[in-house]
Write a new protein. Structure first.
Length: 76
């Protein structure tokens, strides 16, 4: 992990087409502006974690239903 110190208005360039700019520094938080191509997905970490958990839960429910159906076919 790269850790950088930046002041308000300063930027970090990622690759050739992503710019991260510090827009505001407050007590206990930092506001960032991100310029990136529209096809680039940008998510907060906690949102990504929630999506992964929901997907895992949905997959488990689908697997349980598939297993029940298979068990019923095998019992016949």
């Amino acid at each position: 992990m790269l850790i950088l110190s930046r002041k308000t208005g300063e930027e970090i360039i990622v690759g050739e087409d992503i710019v991260i700019r510090v827009t505001e520094i407050g007590k206990g938080s930092v506001k960032l502006g991100i310029e990136a191509p529209s096809e680039t997905i940008i998510l907060r970490g906690e949102l990504r974690d929630k999506i992964e958990a929901v997907n895992k839960e949905a997959g488990n429910a689908q697997n349980q239903e598939a297993l029940k159906a298979l068990r019923m076919k095998l019992d016949k």
